[in-house]
Design a binder for this molecule. Structure first.
Ligand SMILES: Cc1cc2nc3c(=O)[nH]c(=O)nc-3n(C[C@H](O)[C@H](O)[C@H](O)COP(=O)(O)OP(=O)(O)OC[C@H]3O[C@@H](n4cnc5c(N)ncnc54)[C@H](O)[C@@H]3O)c2cc1C
Length: 328
């Protein structure tokens, strides 16, 4: 890291955008990920812009359309403990609870959770992998026990954020403010697959700030669930499932099935969704959906276990969300 790195506390969004628009500037919120990931970028950071003083980026408020707005600086502890989030967007509350231990949740922000850098050990090491301008993914012939099984045509990392899968399942949107103004992007399109751009994980460009997450109104009867499995002693998910479902007159009329730790982006399983839509939920139907979700899986030498794990989590999450199993 260069010696002449400068630290700035931005007092407003516009001030932060100006500072972040300069080459080498990096944004810091809670700092729990940035501290360990600054070295990833080959272009060294010359300026760190702290946004924690920008009050308008905090808080959870109802929106005019009956949804919810969550400011990017809202901590994971605040997200998972908020009554409206717990009641209407359960998958998000459950995912935010998983995304780190108590002391971490008190500091880590939802914006930082969504924008955190991947955990892939080849990316975080000195190797010049595909994401750093190289031409191979070292996971293919290396230690790939935590890597992806779906959507891994080039880079095999998995998206690290628990909240990301839940927000995609809940049809949330991301509000972004940057040098060219404000824009709103569906959360599903916020994350970029490596086949589109392997040098970054999301649509944010230099100077862009994720300011809020916008949740749609929750229709009556809409249920959602987040289930994950992790190894004892490690923090990140080995596999996770975020599911949201609306059942009317016993039939599934709306469904989202998103897999986490499966692919470089939160992975929508269209195969599972088409098995479910229009059907009466039963144990057999959810098992068929779980099978379909794994039909195209391409595990590598060390991560075959993920296929069985995903099947089990899918059945669990789908049974919960469809009301086949009464809430615990
Ligand atoms: C021990 C440990 C265990 C963890 N376990 C999990 C886990 O199981 N599941 C999980 O999901 N996460 C996990 N995390 C990740 C953790 O949730 C993130 O580190 C945290 O949410 C990041 O928030 P932050 O405010 O500290 O972000 P920072 O560290 O400040 O920023 C992280 C990155 O996001 C960018 N960024 C931050 N906010 C914004 C914004 N508003 N707009 C644009 N860019 C932004 C920064 O520039 C930086 O690149 C773990 C982290 C640690 C250290």
């Amino acid at each position: 890291m260069p010696d002449d790195i400068s630290f700035i506390r931005a007092r407003s969004l516009s001030e932060a955008v100006v500072h972040l628009s300069t080459r080498g500037a990096r944004l810091v919120a809670g700092g729990t990920d940035l501290a360990g990931s600054l070295h990833i970028d080959r272009q060294h950071a010359s300026k760190i812009v702290n946004i924690l003083d920008i009050g308008e980026l905090r808080g959870i408020d109802p929106t005019a359309d009956g949804g919810l707005r969550i400011g990017a600086l809202t901590t994971l502890a605040e997200v998972c403990g908020q009554r409206d989030v717990e009641d209407r967007y359960a998958a998000l509350s459950q995912a935010a609870f998983c995304a780190g231990r108590t002391d971490l949740r008190d500091r880590a922000t939802i914006g930082g959770n969504l924008c955190q850098r991947p955990r892939c050990w080849y990316l975080r090491a000195d190797s010049v992998c595909l994401r750093k301008g190289g031409d191979i993914c070292f996971a293919v012939d290396g230690d790939n026990r935590y890597h992806g099984i779906l959507g891994t045509a080039s880079c095999h990392m998995v998206h690290p954020s628990d909240a990301a899968s839940a927000l995609v399942a809940l049809d949330a949107r991301a509000r972004i403010v940057g040098p060219s103004g404000m824009r709103v992007v569906p959360m599903e399109r916020f994350f970029l697959p490596p086949t589109v751009d392997a040098s970054r994980e999301n649509v944010l460009g230099q100077g862009d700030i994720l300011t809020d997450v916008l949740l749609p109104p929750a229709p009556t009867g809409w249920a959602s669930r987040y289930r994950r499995a992790s190894e004892e002693g490690t923090d990140y998910a080995l596999a996770s499932v975020a599911a949201a479902m609306l059942v009317i007159e016993r039939r599934i009329v709306q469904v989202s099935v998103i897999l986490g730790a499966a692919a470089p982006v939160p992975w929508r399983s269209r195969e599972a969704e088409s098995e479910l839509i229009g059907r009466v939920p039963t144990r057999r139907v959810v098992e068929e959906a779980a099978e379909a979700a794994m039909a195209d899986a391409m595990p590598m030498a060390d991560n075959r276990y993920k296929v069985a794990l995903f099947r089990a989590l899918l059945v669990d999450a789908l049974e919960d969300v469809s009301g086949l199993r009464p809430p615990a």
